[in-house]
Design a binder for this molecule. Structure first.
Ligand code: SF4
Length: 272
């Protein structure tokens, strides 16, 4: 994807959602960290349901240790891998108290040293809690980056590295949320909603679903060739138009001012 198209893509995502937020619910750094740990291979909805019950009872490392592993398990048992996660959260709380005074560290190495925290979790916490411009690639971002042509790569790590390299600096802080939300709500895995996608003209994905009632893309076999060709053609035109428009200086006012030569010729009085 050309650099000017990347800028346009982010500009459009930003216009729709200027201040994107995580779907996870939390009210401090510790709650965020635990929610992100619990969200590995689970939906944000399932995590929010569990933490809505857990956090009013225990939302500090000390309170979770006081709760104990068995009761913690009970609060999070609707989340996938809850047994392993409960063990990790208890160890994580012990480590936070012993090494960080109960606070969430603002440091990648320290975060990744915590039980249950990998590089993706650390990136999300650094980005959301501390405003570090990192991009953690999950299944949604991986799909959007590859379909659109923004950062086509074969592994999540490579996509993350490429996105961090090619994303314009001004958009880097929020890129993670824009891409994840776009993947979750518009560029869905089975049936991308291209007909209402704000970056459709920029996207390189060929088998677009351009009507609300369009069939989901075939999992195998040929895409719908005619629709794809039409979409690609109008996409190219629209991109050129958008880029030309962005590069154009401010347009002149439509009606001539009273003191312009045109107005004077028409017999209006020049302004004072
Ligand atoms: S046009 Fe379709 S495939 Fe491309 S980003 Fe939008 S929803 Fe996804």
């Amino acid at each position: 994807m050309k650099p000017e198209h990347r800028v346009e893509l982010y500009r459009r995502l930003a216009a729709v959602n200027p201040n994107p937020r995580s779907d996870l619910e939390y009210s401090n750094h510790f709650e965020l960290l635990i929610a992100v740990v619990l969200s590995a291979q689970a939906t944000d909805v399932s995590v929010n349901k569990a933490t809505a019950r857990l956090y009013p009872v225990a939302n500090t490392p000390q309170a979770i240790l006081a709760l104990g592993e068995a009761r913690l398990r009970d609060y999070i048992k609707t989340i996938g891998l809850y047994q392993t996660k409960a063990k990790n959260v208890i160890k994580l709380c012990e480590r936070l108290i012993a090494q960080h005074g109960g606070e969430v560290p603002n440091d990648r190495a320290a975060l990744e040293a915590l039980p249950g925290v990998g590089s993706k979790t650390a990136s999300v916490v650094l980005n959301v809690a501390f405003g570090v411009p990192t991009i953690a690639v999950d299944t949604h971002i991986f799909r959007v980056a590859n379909r659109t042509g923004l950062a086509p790569e074969k592994t999540a790590d490579k996509v993350a590295a490429k996105l961090e390299k090619v994303t314009p600096k001004d958009y880097l802080l929020n890129a993670h949320h824009w891409l994840i939300l776009h993947g979750r709500y518009v560029c869905k895995a089975r049936s991308p909603e291209c007909w209402r996608c704000q970056i459709v003209e920029l996207c390189r994905y060929k088998p677009k679903s351009l009507a609300a009632d369009a069939e989901p893309e075939p999992l195998k076999g040929k895409p719908v060739a005619k629709a794809s060709r039409t979409a690609a053609k109008s996409a190219r035109k629209a991109v050129k138009k958008a880029v030309r428009k962005a590069a154009k200086p401010a347009t002149k006012p439509r009606s001539p001012r009273a003191d312009t030569p045109v107005a004077i010729k028409r017999g209006r009085k020049p302004s004072a």
